[in-house]
Write a protein that binds this ligand. Structure first.
Ligand code: HGY
Ligand code: MN
Ligand code: MN
Length: 415
C-alpha cells in the first residue's frame, strides 16, 4: 500500500485515551500531577500497558523503568522504528505534555492494526521515565542514561525533596525492569509533542517540523548568609541570603534579555531556610534555568551569570556554591527523519513550518544514538507546565497523523 493521505488515525479514540489517562493523578485545576515514580505514575503505566498489550504489542522494561512495546515487522531482524515520549507530568502540569506523544504512538499502532498494515521494520512504542526532572533532577534522566549521557548508578542515586532516591522509588512502584538500559538499537526515533510555545497558534499553522532543540543549563545555586532577627539586626550587619537570591533572579533575567529574541532565563525552583517570617534567610538554594539555540550564547550567559553571582555574594558577605545539575548542548535533528516529517505534513495537506524546540525532550538525548526527529502541534496560548494547558482534538489528530505517516514511511510498508 502506497503511503497516502487516506492513512489517518482515529481522532476520537486518541482523544478518549488522552482524557482517560488524564483521570490518573489529577491536578487541582483541571491538569495533572502525575510525577515520576509516584503511585500515580505507576497507575498510568499500568493503564498504558493494558492498552498496548490489547493492541497486540509485547512489553519490555529496562533497568531505568523505560517501557517499550513492540509491534512485529515483516523483517524480524530489521532495526525497529521507535516512537514515543513521556507519561510523567509536572506537579501542576497539563494533560498533553509528553502524554500526547505516548498515546499518539499507541494510536498509530491501533490504526495499523485496524487497517491490517504490516511494516517491514518493527515499531516500538516507548514511555521514557522521568522526562520532567522536577522530582529528580535533571530532566530527561532515563533517556539520558539510555543514550549514555548519565551513568545509571548516578541517576538512581538522585534524590527528591524528601530524600527518596530514584532507584528506591522505581523499585517501590514495581517498574524496575530487567533489560540493560541502552542495549536496544533503533533505526530511528520519532516524538510527537505539543509546542509549549505560541508560534504555531499565532501563525495559524498545523504542524511544527522540529529541526533543532535549544541547549540548556540548570545551575543549582546555594547562597549561605546568617540567620538572624529581622527586627533587631541592624541593616549593615545583615548577611541576607534572600537578598542575594533576589539579585541573582534579576541578573538571570537581565542576561537573558541581552540575547533576544531567542535566549531565555528564569529561576523556577527555590528553597529558603529557615523560611520563617521574622528570620533573615540564612540559606537559599535555587536552580537557574538558562537556554539558547546557540552554544556560544549559552556558554557566555552561564559565564556572565556565574561572575555576577560572585560579585553579588561578595557585596552581601555571603558564601556561594554553584552545581551544574542539568545540561545539554543545542541539538540538530536527523535530516532524513526531519524530511519524513515534512513530507508527511505535505502529503496530508497540513500547513507547517520548521521550528526550534524551546523545551527539552527525550528526543534530544536519543538523537545521540539514533536518527531522530520531532513533530509538534500547537497548544492554546502556547501555554504549558500549567494546569490550563490545552489543545484541540483536531491539533492532536493532525500531529498524530503526521507521526503515523513519518513512522510508516521510515518503517516501510510491506502489505
Ligand atoms: O524542561 C524542559 O524543557 C522539559 O519540559 N522537561
Ligand atoms: Mn514534555
Ligand atoms: Mn514538560
Amino acid at each position: 500500500m502506497a503511503l497516502n493521505s487516506n492513512l489517518q488515525i482515529d481522532g476520537d479514540r486518541l482523544w478518549d485515551a488522552l482524557m482517560e489517562m488524564a483521570k490518573i493523578g489529577p491536578g487541582v485545576a483541571g491538569g495533572n500531577n502525575r510525577q515520576t515514580l509516584t503511585d500515580e505514575d505507576g497507575e498510568g503505566r499500568k493503564l498504558f500497558q493494558s492498552w498496548a498489550e490489547a493492541a497486540g504489542m509485547t512489553m519490555g522494561v529496562d533497568t531505568m523503568g523505560n517501557m517499550f512495546f513492540r509491534r512485529e515487522g515483516a523483517d524480524l531482524d530489521a532495526l525497529p522504528v521507535y516512537v514515543g515520549s513521556h507519561l510523567d507530568t509536572q506537579p501542576t502540569g497539563g494533560k498533553y505534555d509528553g502524554v500526547l506523544g505516548v498515546l499518539g504512538a499507541l494510536e498509530l499502532v491501533r490504526t495499523l492494526n485496524d487497517l491490517n498494515i504490516k511494516t517491514r521494520h518493527p515499531i516500538v512504542v516507548t514511555n521514557w521515565t522521568n522526562e520532567e526532572g522536577t522530582r529528580f533532577a535533571p530532566a530527561m534522566l532515563a533517556s539520558g542514561v539510555f543514550a549514555g549521557v548519565h551513568e545509571e548508578d548516578w541517576a538512581k542515586a538522585r534524590l527528591d525533596a524528601k530524600g527518596k532516591s530514584f532507584g528506591e522509588e522505581l523499585k517501590r512502584i514495581g517498574w524496575e525492569g530487567e533489560e540493560p538500559v541502552g542495549a536496544r538499537k533503533m533505526k530511528a526515533f520519532f516524538e510527537l509533542h505539543i509546542e509549549q510555545g505560541p508560534i504555531l497558534e499565532d501563525e495559524g499553522l498545523d504542524i511544527g517540523v522540529v529541526t533543532h532543540g535549544q541547549g540548556l543549563y540548570w545551575l543549582e545555586v546555594t547562597l549561605t548568609g546568617k540567620e538572624s532577627h529581622t527586627g533587631s539586626t541592624p541593616m549593615p550587619k545583615r548577611r541576607n541570603a534572600g537578598l542575594g537570591m533576589a539579585r541573582v533572579t534579576e541578573l538571570v533575567h537581565e542576561v537573558a534579555m541581552d540575547y533576544q529574541p531567542n535566549a531565555v532565563g528564569a529561576i523556577g525552583h527555590v528553597e529558603v531556610y529557615p523560611n520563617s517570617r521574622n528570620i533573615i534567610p540564612g540559606k537559599c538554594v535555587f536552580t537557574v534555568d538558562i537556554r539558547s539555540p546557540s552554544k556560544e550564547t549559552l556558554d557566555t550567559m552561564r559565564e556572565r551569570i556565574e561572575d555576577g553571582i560572585d560579585t553579588i555574594a561578595e557585596a552581601l558577605d555571603i558564601d556561594v556554591s554553584v552545581d551544574e545539575v542539568g545540561h545539554f548542548d543545542p541539538v540538530t535533528f536527523d535530516e532524513a527523519c526531519v524530511k519524513a516529517v515534512r513530507n508527511a505534513a505535505e502529503r496530508l495537506g497540513l500547513s507547517h513550518t520548521d521550528i526550534v524546540s524551546g523545551a527539552g525532550h527525550d528526543a534530544c538525548w536519543i538523537n545521540r544514538v539514533a536518527p531522530t526527529a520531532m513533530v509538534m502541534c500547537p497548544c492554546v496560548d502556547g501555554l504549558s507546565h500549567n494546569e490550563a494547558e490545552e489543545i484541540t482534538k483536531e491539533w492532536a489528530a493532525n500531529g498524530a497523523n503526521v507521526l503515523l505517516q513519518a513512522v510508516v514511511e521510515t518503517a516501510g510498508v510491506v502489505e
